[in-house]
Design a protein around this ligand. Structure first.
Ligand SMILES: *Cc1c(COP(=O)(O)O)cnc(C)c1O
Length: 397
C-alpha cells in the first residue's frame, strides 16, 4: 500500500516549485507564488481520480472525517454508527464534534454488517459511517438503502481503499461524503494530509470554510474575509500538497503493481483448502492494498501469525490481538480515558462498550489474517513470499 516506497524525482520537483517561491500556505500571497497553487491543483486532480464534483483537502484523514461530519451538521449528542474494526481515528473524529460513536458488528466483508446497523438505529442516530477497511468494501447498496429509508447521512471512510471501486464507482465517491487519508503509510502520501469529497455543493462549501477557521474565501484579502460560522484549522500546507500532486499522478501505476502482487499471493493461498477469503460484494473491485484471508478458527490464526513471524514473513497481522484496529484492545476508549471532561452522552455510550457483545466481530477478526501488499517487491520476491506463506500455513494447520 505505501506510496512512500516509490518516491523520487517527481515528488522532489513539485516540492521544489514550492520552496523556490517560498509560499508554504495554500491561501493568499497571490503575487509571490509564481502561479503555483499545489493544493488547488491536487484538488482538481482528485476530482478526476474520484469522479466527484468537489474535493476539499485537509490536514489528515482524521480531520477529513471530522470535517465531513461537521459539514453535514453532525454535532453534540448525535449518534454516528461505525464499525468495530477500523482505525482509532474513526471514534476520535466523531467525538471531537461532541457526537456519539455507536460501534456495531462487522460481517464477512470486514466492514459494517447492514443488519447490525439497522438494529443500532435510535431516534438520535444521524449518520452511518462505513470504513472500507484494507482495500475493500461493504454491501454499499444495502447500507445506502438503510440510510435512505431512515433519513440518515451516509459517510464513507475510504482512507485504506484508494483506487478500489464498486459497480464502477470509486470507493469514497458513493456515499454522501467520502474521506481519504494521505498519511505516510497510505496508497498515496502527502506525508500528512487528507481529503473530503462530495457531490453536494452545500457540504463542500461548509467543508471549505470549516477547515479554515470559518473563512468565507471571498475576494483576495484574507483579513477582510467574513466568518459565516465557526471553524477550526485543518488546512493542508503547500509542501504536503506538492508531494501528493506527484503521487496522485502515479496512482494507476501503484494500483496495477498492487493487483499484480496481490494476485500472485492470492492464487498461491487458494490452493490451501482451509484458507478462505474475505467477501468482496458483487460489482466490487478491491484496491489490492491488502490480502485478507480467513483460517478455520482463532487458534489456527494465532498459530499462523506466529509461524509467519518465526519465518520472517512480515507485515501480516491478526488484528484480534492488535491495539490499533479492533475494539477488543481499545481500553482507553472503553474506559473513557480523556484528558478533559466528556459529555454524559458520550460517557454513557463508552460505558456500554465494556459489556456489549461483539462475538460476531470476534468471529471474523479472530480468524482473519491481513497482509500488506508492497509496491517495491520484485516478481521473484513475491513468488518467494507466496511459497513461504503456503509453507508457514500448511506447517501449522
Ligand atoms: C489512516 C486512517 C485514518 C486516519 O488518517 P490520518 O491521516 O492518519 O489521520 C482514518 N481511517 C482509516 C480507516 C485509516 O486507515
Amino acid at each position: 500500500m505505501p506510496g512512500f516506497e516509490l518516491f523520487g524525482d517527481l515528488e522532489r520537483k513539485e516540492v521544489n516549485d514550492v520552496l523556490d517561491n517560498g509560499v508554504l500556505m495554500r491561501y493568499g500571497f497571490d503575487g509571490m507564488r509564481n502561479g503555483h497553487w499545489k493544493a488547488k491543483e491536487l484538488e482538481k486532480e482528485l476530482q478526476n481520480t474520484f469522479q466527484t464534483n468537489h474535493v476539499q483537502l485537509v490536514s489528515s484523514g482524521t480531520a477529513a472525517v471530522s470535517v465531513a461530519l461537521a459539514s453535514a451538521g453532525i454535532g453534540a449528542g448525535d449518534e454516528v454508527i461505525m464499525p468495530t474494526f477500523t482505525f482509532v481515528a474513526s471514534f476520535e473524529a466523531i467525538m471531537m464534534l461532541g457526537a456519539v460513536p455507536v460501534l456495531v458488528d462487522i460481517d464477512d466483508t470486514l466492514t459494517l454488517d447492514p443488519k447490525a446497523v439497522e438494529a443500532a438505529i435510535t431516534p438520535k442516530t444521524k449518520a452511518v459511517m462505513i470504513v472500507q477497511m484494507c482495500g475493500s468494501m461493504g454491501n454499499m447498496d444495502a447500507l445506502q438503502s438503510i440510510c435512505t429509508k431512515n433519513n440518515l447521512l451516509f459517510v464513507e471512510d475510504a482512507c485504506q481503499a484508494i483506487g478500489g471501486t464498486y459497480k464502477g464507482q470509486p470507493l469514497g465517491s458513493i456515499a454522501d461524503l467520502g474521506c481519504f487519508s494521505f498519511d505516510f503509510v497510505k496508497t498515496i502520501t502527502c506525508g500528512e494530509g487528507g481529503a473530503v469529497i462530495t457531490n453536494n455543493p452545500e457540504y463542500y462549501k461548509n467543508a471549505d470554510h470549516y477547515s479554515d477557521h470559518g473563512h468565507d474565501h471571498i475576494g483576495n484579502d484574507r483579513g477582510a474575509e467574513t466568518h459565516p460560522f465557526l471553524g477550526y484549522n485543518f488546512r493542508i500546507s503547500e509542501l504536503h500538497a506538492a508531494v501528493g500532486l506527484a503521487q496522485v499522478k502515479r496512482l494507476p501505476e501503484f494500483i496495477e503493481i498492487q493487483k499484480k502482487n496481490y494476485t500472485i499471493l492470492h492464487d498461491a493461498l487458494s490452493e490451501i483448502p482451509d484458507v478462505t477469503f474475505r467477501k468482496v460484494p458483487e460489482g466490487g473491485e478491491e484496491s489490492y492494498a491488502f490480502l485478507n484471508f480467513f483460517l478455520p478458527d482463532l487458534e489456527s490464526a494465532r498459530m499462523v501469525a506466529e509461524s509467519f513471524k518465526t519465518n520472517g514473513i512480515h507485515a501480516c497481522w491478526n488484528y484480534f490481538d492488535n491495539n490499533w484496529h479492533y475494539i477488543r484492545k481499545w481500553h482507553h476508549l472503553k474506559d473513557a480515558k480523556s484528558l478533559y471532561p466528556l459529555s454524559s452522552e458520550i460517557k454513557e455510550a463508552l460505558k456500554q462498550l465494556q459489556t456489549k457483545d461483539f462475538s460476531q466481530s470476534d468471529h471474523f477478526i479472530g480468524r482473519n489474517m491481513s497482509c500488506l501488499i508492497k509496491l517495491s517487491w520484485t516478481d521473484e520476491e513475491v513468488r518467494e513470499r507466496a511459497n513461504m506463506m503456503v509453507k508457514a500455513i500448511t506447517s501449522v494447520i
